[in-house]
Structures are given as structure tokens and as C-alpha cells.
Design a protein around this ligand. Structure first.
Ligand SMILES: *Cc1c(COP(=O)(O)O)cnc(C)c1O
Length: 406
């Protein structure tokens, strides 16, 4: 086989579909985020990042950096092994205690990323519980889908956020069948929020385990940053809470929090946990410092919500269409893949505004969008520049506007 020709041919197909991903090469600057420098061949450009998942700017928080610097100097670079073979550093243990406490659970288990925590967590639970059937929300993240597939357990997909449909599907199985219900709290592309209490009612009615991905909510919601389930007082009714340390917490890593037995079970059977080098201790120390800070401070959350409201208000004033939702994610709707990419390029080239276009297959065709994520570190000036530039391109491309609020 001509491998090179095969690879090139596949890539041509992706390009022809307009799905070829081009990475934007930037350097974020500590203390100046969301401002960054973009690298274009020999040139550089000053840019403002409007599409980061470092939702609160914790990636440059002094408490986080101080914890990472001092741990790096204290412990060195890497963990030195898998958790079982010399790689469990005291900072991993402290972080797991911090996470268990955050979610009011007996125990927590750290993974190298949120992706791995979903893949290994769901894969292990669904794969190792005899006869387990999985019930998965239609819009679940790729990492959950891959974990469920990997488990080889049979699965049913329920309509997005539709607890009645979940109830219907669960009713098809007798009480003797072990059931695992997997869903998210904040969905990352539409920014909508699951009816968690209703879903838990249904789970409890059928004796099903509940597994929630709070990746886009931890750090951001609840009085201590425990997520939507904390805000709604539902954490103790959820079997497994999964989260990331790479988004609002600003560092890297993923985790599950649950009962001691469940966590010990995953720790003992999950290949993706057992056979992989533990996170560098400095990463664990930084993440723990970030969690600790956000448990005690709501200032960042409040400021973020204020910034989000201001961007929404200004988009409304200009009639720029965006999906209304109860979260911090603002999807500015374009509805056409080529235009979406073109607008994104234009914003970058003419205004140094960096918003990545979100096209198929991440979102359905016809709902292409710019996913804007305001943070406490975006200033009034940053917001005004974004709105002005969007309004300009909307006029230039003769894109439809919404009726402006009176
Ligand atoms: C980003 C994401 C993950 C993966 O988390 P990482 O820490 O980035 O690997 C899992 N679930 C959802 C919903 C996500 O958006």
C-alpha cells in the first residue's frame, strides 16, 4: 500500500469538506491574559483570546503559579512512574482529598485529563459491571462516547436533556438489570444546562447509577465552585461526578469523585489509570491551589457572570444573533461553515480578535458558530472592541440581525 498517498488523500477529503483544522500558534503571557502573541511564519501579531476554556484566568493566578513553582523546585519535573510504581506523589494525594471535599464525596481519583477520566471511568464501570446497560444523553462529549463504546456494554441514547425519554428507555429493562446513566451539566457548544434533579428522580426510580460530566461547570458554579450539582444541592444524589482541572481551574488533569468503593474499583481495574505515568507533581500542586482558591473566593465567578451579561447585552443591542442559555458560554450563530471560518479569519487579521470557528462535526450543519467565552480578565475595552468588530463584519457580509431589544 502507498501509505503516503493514502494519508494525503484522506486529508484532501477533509479539506474539501471544509473540516481541515488549522491551529492558531499563540503564546499566552502570564499576567496579561487574555492578551497573547500570535505567530505567523516570521511575523507576530498581538491578539485578544475570546475562545479560551481558561474561563476564570486561573492559568495565571499568583496562588496557582506560586504553588507550581515551589513544588517544581521541591519535587522536580515528573512523577517518576505510574501511581502504583513509585509515581504517587504526596501532591496527588492532597489533590484527591481536595477534590473529594469539593464534591462532598468519600473519595476521588485523578487522571491525566478529563478525556481519560471519562474514557476510563465509564469504560471500566460499564465494562466490568456484569450485564450493565448504559443510557447516554444524545449530546454527550466524545470522551464519554468513546468510554461507553470501549466498555462493549449495550447502550441506549436518550434525547438530549429529555428525562421523560430516559424514563421510557429505562422502563424497557427489568429491575435486575444494572443501569448506568451518563450525562453532562453544562453542554459546551450550546451552553444549555441539564435538568439534573429530574434526571436523578428518574435514575432513582429505576435504581440506576448516575454519572455526570461537570467539566464546563466545576470552578464556575456553586458557592465553592463544585458545579451545577453543588449549586442545586444535588451532589449527594449523584453516583459519580467527573470533572477537569484544565478548564476553569486553569491547569491540567481530570478526575472522578464518588464513594470509596466505587473509586477503589476504578483505581483497581481501569487500564487507562493503571498503566499511565502520573501527572507531574507541580501540576497537581497548581490544580489543588486553584481549587482551594475558588472554594473560598466567589469574586472570579461573579466577575465572569457580569462580563458574560455585558457581552450578551451588547450583542442584543447590535442585533447579533446568539443562543440564549443560562450559562457562561455565548454561541454567536453564523449558520454557514465557510462564512463562519471567513468571519473568524477576518476578526483575527483585522482586529487581532481570536475566536475559533466551530463547524461540523462538532456542531450540526447549519448551526456553525463562534463560541465566545468572556472571562473576568476581559476588560470593558476588550468587550467594546469585540462588539464593534462583530457589528462591522455583520454589516459587511450582510448577515441577518435579530430585532434589537427596545
Ligand atoms: C473538554 C471536555 C472533556 C475533556 O476534558 P480535558 O481535561 O480537556 O481532557 C470532557 N468532557 C467535556 C464535556 C469536555 O468539554
Amino acid at each position: 500500500m502507498d501509505f503516503e498517498a493514502f494519508f494525503a488523500g484522506e486529508l484532501d477529503t477533509v479539506r474539501a469538506d471544509g473540516r481541515y483544522r488549522v491551529f492558531t500558534d499563540i503564546k499566552r503571557h502570564r499576567g496579561r491574559f487574555p492578551h497573547a502573541t500570535r505567530f505567523i511564519d516570521e511575523d507576530t501579531q498581538a491578539v485578544t483570546v475570546w475562545c479560551s476554556n481558561d474561563y476564570l484566568g486561573m492559568g495565571q493566578h499568583p496562588a496557582v503559579l506560586e504553588a507550581m513553582h515551589s513544588c517544581l523546585d521541591e519535587c522536580g519535573a515528573g512523577a517518576g512512574g505510574t501511581r502504583n510504581i513509585s509515581g504517587t506523589n504526596h501532591y496527588h494525594v492532597l489533590l484527591e482529598q481536595e477534590l473529594a471535599d469539593l464534591h462532598g464525596k468519600e473519595s476521588a481519583l485523578l487522571f491525566t485529563s478529563g478525556y481519560v477520566s471519562n474514557w476510563a471511568g465509564l469504560g471500566t464501570l460499564a465494562g466490568k459491571i456484569p450485564g450493565c446497560v448504559v443510557f447516554s444523553d444524545a449530546l454527550n462529549h466524545a470522551s464519554m462516547i468513546e468510554g461507553i463504546r470501549h466498555s462493549r456494554a449495550p447502550y441506549k441514547i436518550w434525547r438530549h436533556n429529555d428525562a421523560a425519554h430516559l424514563d421510557e428507555l429505562l422502563s424497557m429493562y427489568g429491575p435486575e438489570v444494572p443501569k448506568l446513566v451518563a450525562f453532562e451539566s453544562v453542554y459546551s457548544m450550546d451552553g444549555d444546562i441539564a435538568p439534573i434533579a429530574e434526571i436523578l428522580d428518574v435514575c432513582e426510580k429505576h435504581g440506576a447509577m448516575s454519572y455526570i460530566d461537570e467539566v464546563h461547570a466545576v470552578g464556575l458554579y456553586g458557592p465553592r465552585g463544585g458545579g451545577i450539582a453543588e449549586r442545586e444541592g444535588l451532589m449527594d444524589r449523584i453516583t459519580v461526578i467527573e470533572g477537569t482541572l484544565g478548564k476553569a481551574f486553569g491547569v491540567m488533569g481530570g478526575y472522578i469523585a464518588a464513594s470509596s468503593n466505587l473509586v477503589d474499583f476504578v483505581r483497581s481495574f481501569a487500564s487507562g489509570f493503571i498503566f499511565s505515568t502520573a501527572l507531574p507533581p507541580a501540576i497537581a500542586a497548581g490544580a489543588a491551589a486553584s481549587i482551594r482558591h475558588l472554594k473560598n473566593s466567589s469574586a472570579e465567578r461573579e466577575m465572569q457572570q457580569e462580563r458574560v451579561a455585558q457581552v450578551r447585552r451588547k450583542l442584543d443591542m447590535m442585533g447579533i444573533p446568539h443562543l440564549d442559555n443560562p450559562s457562561h458560554i455565548i454561541p454567536v450563530m453564523v449558520g454557514d461553515a465557510k462564512k463562519c471560518k471567513m468571519i473568524s479569519d477576518w476578526l483575527m487579521d483585522n482586529h487581532g480578535i481570536y475566536v475559533q470557528p466551530i463547524n461540523y462535526p462538532t456542531v450540526p450543519v447549519g448551526t456553525e458558530r463562534l463560541r465566545v467565552t468572556p472571562s473576568p480578565v476581559h476588560t470593558d475595552g476588550d468587550i467594546d472592541r469585540l462588539i464593534k468588530a462583530l457589528s462591522e463584519i455583520w454589516s459587511h457580509c450582510e448577515l441577518a440581525r435579530m430585532a434589537t431589544a427596545a
